[in-house]
Design a protein around this ligand. Sequence first.
Ligand SMILES: [Zn+2]
Length: 136
Amino acid sequence: MNKKEIIAFLFGGKARFTLQSKKTGKSLTFRATRHPHDDKNAARVWTGTAGGWLGTIKKNMWGNVLYWYPRKETILQEHIIAFGWFVNHMENKQIEFMHCGACAVCGRRLTDADSIKRGIGPTCYAAMMATEELPF
Ligand SMILES: [Zn+2]
């Protein structure tokens, strides 16, 4: 996935993904959600398992993603560090971004090749591309 595809995926609303370090082989899982009352260009980031709020990401008009995280959190520190690094290095080959086979928008299982490549199913992708809200 390229940077644009990753950003579309992260803001899908039901994004589940794993980051793996190519250097150490270690991987961490995450979720990114959107709340109806939130700014539409913002998403909340969580650990892959229950709980574990890791902060908020926001798109700016230049197509970059900014990340705010809770400073007081002592738990899950490595998730915060890993995600913070990833936000600034989305296309860096040292880190692999993987979705879990489910559409980032509706959560349904992905079956066709194009959907698997981008992490978003055909119906959700068409709807996403049809909206003019995406500022990138
Ligand atoms: Zn979908």
